[in-house]
Ligand binder design. Sequence first.
Ligand code: AMP
Ligand code: GLY
Length: 442
Amino acid sequence: MSTIIVQGHPRRGMSDASRLVVLVVGGGGREHALCIALAASPSVSEVHVCPGNAGTRLLAQNHPISASDVSAVVELAKELGADLVVVGPEAPLVDGLADSLRSSGIACFGPDSENAMLEGSKLTAKSAMSEFGVPTADYLILDADSDIDSALSSYSESGDPWVVKRDVLAGGKGVVVTTDFEEARTAIEQAIESDGKVLLESFLPGEEASVLVLMDESGYVCLPASQDHKRLEEGDKGPNTGGMGAYAPAPVYTDEVRRKTIERIVEPMHIGLSKKDSPYRGVLYVGLMIDEDGDPYVVEFNVRFGDPECQITLPLIESDLAGHLLACAEGRLSSEHVEFRDSHCLTVVLAAEGYPGSVEKGRRITGDGLIVNSEEGQSSSWINHAGTAWKDGELVSSGGRVLSATGIANSLSEAAESAYSLIDKIQLEGAQFRRDIGHRAL
Ligand code: AMP
Ligand code: GLY
């Protein structure tokens, strides 16, 4: 198997004073991936993270501040003299973290609260798509005055499942796709009771892919498309999760699909968002459904890197990530030249017992490869920490998705082999992971 060096770039050619102090906000696998890439960047002198996890502590300085505490994060960024803040999760963006940082004169990679509503509200996303002519599923808005049974009946004439979407940030739990009439009705009733309204969307058949697009008013850069595995069990069965593994590039995203996605989705979104008083600066996660004719439709927008898509996309960027993210935060992305590796990357998530329900925490994690240090010159596989913590000198689990094993190689099958041989060396009582990540492409 060939070895591809993705970490541990020597830091040459820049004085400390001209290198960047970067603060990463968040504490999951996505943020560990950001810390790995930023710590390896020749243009970065210090990486800080709040709150971080047991893995980020080995590459960056952890600060015990919650990502959702907007004012404390802004204060920390000021104290550190941060040149760039990179925001991982969506909630602080919706709550105005980027707005506060920018008004304090600190560059932030992540959109302001108005643009973050593309994820914070499905209706806002639908209105933007309708305004900019972007293809997506038709929908109805139901509220307390609606006749739910007749709405469900009219949508089920085709025999397709019902798609019920809440209009609030619901941590990945706001969507129900079901062929069960009672389940659909219950989901609608509950959503109307808690939110006042709900979307009933037509079902889009096809295969999903995600495209992460770096975007500011000067331009955009599409990163290699990936595919996430949202279901808990092998064969894409069982309950939905935050993602049990992912790989990139996704072969369903052919050159032709790419061309259509840019022409019909990315370009119109970029033109529309760039006309606003406050343009979009950050990453736009475009969740696609690609039908059998290769026509792409938007299933969702997120205003952040996906997790675990981030873990397998960043290693495919060969050029300096910190420089690209800073340029994007400052509205000069079009002057950047982003280079990619001609490689394949795959990650397998190890989840705690009980996930995606309530989980057992504080269990000891042992095995090889748990220490990821950017100075080590890492190679074709490594561990991305997520729900991990140090307790009394031991590594323990502290969340649902505990870690993931990531492999990179010249082929997807080699990347999978690397990731699986690493995850097989990890011990955590009751842990669960899927053996079939990447199955559609292998
Ligand atoms: P969302 O949070 O909107 O991405 O929805 C979560 C998941 O539900 C998606 O990744 C799809 O698997 C599925 N989904 C959402 N909307 C649709 C749709 N209109 N048709 C088919 N599947 C959908
Ligand atoms: N893995 C899906 C997401 O980050 O939304």
